[in-house]
Design a protein around this ligand. Structure first.
Ligand code: HEC
Ligand code: HEC
Length: 362
């Protein structure tokens, strides 16, 4: 009875810390299927629905929250959970510890974030916004759905070091949370699926689409000369990868960064040789606020990133073809003026209405 293939979703989480790719999610996926089936008849009349709003030049979001309709109360519950260290084993670390709103939900200027007991992982905390458009998560795409995404940080021993069972136990001991889950999902007992649903409601509402760039697109502002010049360089040299309006196409590319031991990128998930050292292309929205840069935070400034593209690229057999020039050189030629102009343009992607919007903070 419970083998329905609901929306053809197959969830997976491939741990970023293990050497071997492993599927840890089969049990929970089973639970999710069961609960979807049971939950489909309930009607939450008392909650006010909440819709994703975005400009008309955005594509349709990928996350269709039909099983998990977003409501104001569900979003607020997700927001509370996102900011609550109760999700970590010793109640010291919340999601917000590594994903801070003022930095577009990236970490506060650190290359490798600090988890429980001062432990650090090997990758830079990505910004979180426009997640409803993301086909996969993590630098290697090891997670394929926003509704399972939080399992990785909660259970990772260098991040929150908890188990899903124990988190749910702690939440069930908390009367305020019990009341809120009852109101939002009409359940007497909180389970892992509802916890994940609430977090998905919050994260999918984090839409960043009110930067100066957006105002220019909507004819509400104009670029300065240097920003305009930077935009033109960007369109010519960067936007075939960092595609407007999301400023990424979410594909995996080898960008010629010198490799670190044990970090194989996308290969970790697919085990295909052609995926060695490929990483998921990040959005450049808010990029001036999300330093340091690249999957391991190796570059402190935008200028260092641009210097990498123009001068410091390392060759690989699967280096992206866009970086192999006709004259045999590697990278993207950029003059000093072009770099300065590009930086000015990239700063127009900072969305301060988003990073200071009180609706997203607890
Ligand atoms: C100790 C720091 C830390 C904590 C705590 C943390 N994260 Fe993260 N988060 C990271 C890092 C590092 C990555 C990238 C990991 C990778 O690519 O392997 C990440 C990735 C993500 C992503 C994927 C972003 C993308 O663009 O691919 C989302 C979404 C996310 N975290 C949400 C959460 C949520 C929800 C919580 C709380 C339940 C949380 N994180 C707690 C550090 C943290
Ligand atoms: C072949 C596709 C491709 C092209 C062309 C490209 N990028 Fe990237 N970019 C990527 C990928 C993939 C990453 C992530 C690399 C990593 O972390 O290992 C990245 C990362 C970045 C980052 C770091 C963002 C962060 O949050 O860490 C910046 C900034 C950036 N690119 C700017 C540019 C600019 C400016 C140009 C044009 C001069 C450009 N890129 C051209 C694919 C590309």
């Amino acid at each position: 009875m419970l083998t329905h293939n609901l929306d053809n979703i197959q969830y997976f989480v491939i741990s970023n810390q293990s050497i071997m790719a492993r599927l840890i999610f089969l049990k929970l996926a089973g639970l999710l299927l069961v609960s979807f089936f049971l939950g489909s008849c309930t009607d939450h009349q008392s909650n006010s629905s909440f819709a994703l709003s975005y400009p008309d030049y955005f594509p349709d979001p990928i996350y269709q929250s039909t099983r998990n309709p977003i409501t104001k109360e569900g979003f607020e519950l997700g927001r509370a959970l996102f900011h609550d260290p109760i999700l970590s084993t010793d109640s010291t670390i919340s999601c917000e510890s590594c994903h801070a709103q003022g930095h577009a939900f990236a970490d506060h200027n650190v290359a490798l974030s600090e988890g429980i007991a001062g432990r650090r992982g090997v990758r830079n905390s990505p910004a979180i916004f426009n997640a409803a458009w993301q086909p996969h998560f993590m630098w290697d795409g090891g997670i394929n759905h926003i509704e399972v995404m939080p399992v990785a940080p909660i259970t990772n021993d260098v991040e929150m070091g908890e188990t899903m069972n124990n988190v749910v136990k702690k939440l069930n001991r908390n009367q305020a949370y019990k009341r809120r889950f009852k109101q939002v999902f009409n359940v007497d007992v909180i389970d892992d699926q509802k916890l994940l649903f609430a977090l998905a409601q919050y994260m999918s509402m984090l839409v960043s689409a009110t930067s100066k760039y957006d105002q220019v697109r909507q004819n509400k502002a104009i670029f300065t000369d240097i920003e305009q010049q930077g935009y033109e360089v960007f369109v010519q040299k960067c936007s075939s990868c960092h595609k407007e309006p999301l400023f990424t196409d979410y594909t995996f590319r080898n960008t010629g960064l010198p490799a670190k031991p044990d970090e194989t990128g996308r290969h970790h998930v697919t085990l295909e040789a052609e995926d060695m050292h490929k990483f998921r292309m990040p959005s450049l929205r808010n990029v001036a606020l999300t330093y340091p840069y690249m999957h391991d935070g190796r570059f402190k400034t935008l200028r260092e990133v641009l210097n990498h593209y123009s001068d410091n690229m390392q060759d690989y057999s699967n280096l992206d073809p866009l970086f192999k020039l006709d004259n045999g050189k590697l990278g993207i030629p950029l003059s000093e003026n072009e770099k300065t102009a590009l930086e000015s343009f990239l700063r127009t992607l900072s969305d301060y209405s988003f990073t200071s919007n009180p609706i997203f903070s607890e």
